[in-house]
Design a protein around this ligand. Sequence first.
Ligand code: CP3
Length: 346
Amino acid sequence: MTDHKIVRAALIGEPVDRPPFWLMRQAGRFLPEYREVRASVGSFLDLCLSPDLATEVTLQPLRRFDMDAAILFADILIIPYALGQDVRFVEGEGPKLEPIRDLKGIEQLDLGNAAGRWQPIIETVRRLSNQLPEEKTLIGFAGAPWTVATYMVEGGSSKDYSVIKTWAYRNPQEFSALIDILIEKTIAYLLDQARAGADVLQLFDTWAGVLAPSERRRWVIEPAKQIVRAIRAEFPEIPIIGFPRGIGTAMMEYVNATEITGLSLDTSVDQKLAKREFGERVALQGNLDPHILLAGGPNLTATVREIVSALGPDRFVFNLGHGILPTTPISHVEEVVSTLKSWRYA
Ligand code: CP3
């Protein structure tokens, strides 16, 4: 029996006749219809927490480009928000959080009400699951504990991760209390998404690459392993994609230890090498440089072809190596979509 959802089919190793695709951050500011909805609400969080609007913007890229998958419209900072931390998105500056830097800050997190506070997101998943055509894959997601913790501790985006690294390296016992809370809540949040109808889950560890090897084992690989194991205990079949951005040669260790279904390759990863090293063990997703997409021209289609030739046909989902940039011309996305839709695997 073949899976009608071609993104999920590719992830679980079923044959597909062309490369399935979706794009990280496919719903967002590069779309005029997104900017219109965004302008109608006060804050970005209000948008994420409105099932009506979040459902609408999730579906926008599917209407325009007929993507093979929808990714839930939300943000990785929903978990800190749900834990009662003050989270704001400041226009042009990115996220701002009231930073947590000691045990006292950890103790102030409101663990009891988190699931209630993320319920609007789960309602969005439920609606999407009911509305999507049978052949479209619904992707749920969460930020991985380390990456979410960087925002919680640094108070927003960071240049050098100095505050969180110093804390984690100097006082791992104390810092692990925060990571343990995030592991537990990430599991609960992803399970809620799966129960509401998500077909696939992705774990975004955008800042995995800033850690030294022993620290990476403890704060990136071990948490991902626990999260995968806990989700599989209830949903043995659900494909889980990991995105341990920037960890280079440690991807093999990540794949082996976590037993993740799919590995999302970042922009820097050589496709042929990835296929050779990981292709037998895991489905691969990726990894067009968002700046190549932005730049366009003959190099764009040539690179798309190169990526599909190297990573396809088995267990491959085309994507970007990181999120789409807000200034990306729509025509460039159309060009990629048309190349992928007309592709036929021999
Ligand atoms: O289309 C999709 O992919 C679904 C929605 C989605 C968003 N954020 C919406 C968003 C997803 C999957 C994310 C993940 C996310 N958020 C990550 C991991 C992936 C990655 O890109 O590395 C990270 C690190 C964040 C944190 C975050 N959220 C930052 C740093 C920012 C500000 C920078 C920016 O791009 O504006 C956000 C805001 C955000 N998240 C926006 C969107 C559409 C822009 C907010 C706006 O519309 O003003």
